[in-house]
Design a protein around this ligand. Sequence first.
Ligand code: B12
Length: 215
Amino acid sequence: MDLREKLKESLIDLDEDAFFEALRGLLAGGEDPWDIILGPMSEAMEEIGKLYEEGEYFIAEMLVAAEIFKRALKEMGIEDSSTEATLGTVVIGTVKGDVHDIGKSLVATMLRASGFKVIDLGVDVDADRFVQAARDNDADIVAMSALLTTTRNYMKVVIERLEEEGLRDRVKVLIGGLSTSKEFAERIGADGWGKNAIEGVEVAKRLLGITSADG
Ligand code: B12
């Protein structure tokens, strides 16, 4: 089994020792941390979700997996770093009723690393807080995450509130998370959708008319 496979399997098995051994091996071999995060580590989380659906795993196992995932991010030094925030301001959060924070935080980190100023409101964020933060920070983008099919519709509520408050024409809306899609984004009137953190940054730049050459 190659190391990437070993990393994935050990995360699925919640075998922390084997996981960190594989991780250190991959890093020592020069693998790019973001390739590891968005590749085998994210694939493992998907598998864990399936095991949960099948009744093999319970919430406790999903929680342990999330903890291992976060410890790995720390070990790889993926935390909020840099930057000269020059590209624009993004207010980001996971919507009301939803506490999944790993994906949202990865998007926030990637945006910061790319030169955006990011205000991370955390999880379970209601429309009032999105609107208030967008106004207080003169945000260019409101970015929302939802992993549950039961919470994604709240994104539309936030968009409607931005409209009511007269902010919608100044603020672009970017969404993402497992329960969403490009089609869903179009349906609720969001301006953009990103499959993962990397795509999220690309779309954020596009929404603000920033070409890759600028940053
Ligand atoms: C870990 C986990 C948990 C942990 C979360 C811990 C934490 N701190 O985040 C805990 C145990 C708390 C949890 C709870 C629940 N969970 Co859960 N969970 C997961 C699991 C296994 C992994 C999620 C994860 O971290 N993935 C890794 C990250 C890197 O990926 P990501 O979040 O998808 O983010 C990426 C992209 O989606 C995207 N992205 C995300 N946000 C954004 C935002 C923007 C703007 C952009 C551009 C991109 C973007 O970029 C990210 C990076 O690439 C998933 C399975 C899965 N397939 O994802 C289930 C899953 C999401 N959970 C599920 C369920 C059902 C629940 C519970 C309802 C269970 C229950 N009965 O209580 C609760 C709900 C709690 C709540 N109110 O939110 C279901 C959802 C099903 C559905 N269709 O609604 C899933 C899919 C499992 C399954 N297959 O059944 N869960």
